[in-house]
Write a protein that binds this ligand. Sequence first.
Ligand SMILES: *Cc1c(COP(=O)(O)O)cnc(C)c1O
Length: 381
Amino acid sequence: MEDKHLLMIPGPTPVPPKVLSATAKPPIGHRSGDFSKILAEVTENLNWLHQTKSNVLMLTVSGTGAMEAGIINFLSPGDRVLVGSNGKFGDRWAQISKAFGLDVDVISADWGKPLDTEEFRQELEGDKEKKIKAVIVTHSETSTGVLNDLETINKYVKNHGESLIIVDAVTSLGALNVPVDEWELDVVASGSQKGYMIPPGLGFVTVSDKAWKAYENAKIPKFYFDLKKYDKAASKNSTPFTPPINLIYGLQTALQMMKNEGLENIFARHQRLTQATRAGIKALGLSLFAPDEAASTAATSVIPASVEADAIRSTMNKRFNIALAGGQDHMKGKIFRIGHLGFVSDRDILTVLSCLGATLQELGKDVDPGAGVAAAAKVLG
Ligand SMILES: *Cc1c(COP(=O)(O)O)cnc(C)c1O
């Protein structure tokens, strides 16, 4: 059946019809007074969402572009950085850092496990000469569904005093509490196709006063990604280059929807969907990749014991028109991931779990196909 697709992957995430209609309006000039008014509203609401008073800079990029800008504006070749890596995205920030000539020290953990905060403490406390210029951490590691303890790592960074903290909050912003100003997070990057409920194409970066001081001495070359240009323009409700006008129409509507729901309600919904999904998966006799105490609220990774992950995804797609995400890199074919980020409701989770039960039965697994939805309904009740 056409037009019945249920997108349950952690990015791109489902886009509300209201937001899609907003993006279909004819573009207007980005230097016009009318567009400037839209930017003023969007800026105010982005500050609310990010819990910050500083400008939330918007770049025409995917999340990776936002992170690259967040790294290159504040560092110089040869600078020592500590990069946490326990999945695909942590690996990527180590690669970017190396590409720009930084001296990269990787603190890694097995995929499926959270980063060990003690290792950060030891490295930072041992750095008596204050050589570490930045700690780069992925808050919610979407490739595995693991949540890293950003708050604790950030405390050690603050005790160090010199180092910046640069955060990939791509799948945590808009899904769980990331109080940018209260935690004094120096650079926070995210992307539109995740918690913001709009299509891909916009990246967001926040910058602290301390990071702007580091900017003054940063020597990595930049032009289009020079964040000072974006900051100056944002202060005047403008953009340095032509922005994706239609995406910003969508963002305006999506932010209004988020404000109507309220931050606490948004966080509570993601928490509830995560708990319901995990309960449902356990009840279906499948294993969870991430431990309960480090579960991302963006995606749940599942290790199917006897039936292949790809067979499950293929049947879910063909029979029920539900898209689930696969594993990445060496986890390809070993796990599948259920996204519950952004425009996702209780009903979506119940639908996915009941269809997953039917799928397992169809694939010959000896399971009560209704066990998952029953367990989830109890959590949601
Ligand atoms: C999606 C994602 C990104 C950005 O990926 P893009 O494809 O560049 O948008 C970065 N970090 C995490 C944790 C993500 O989930």
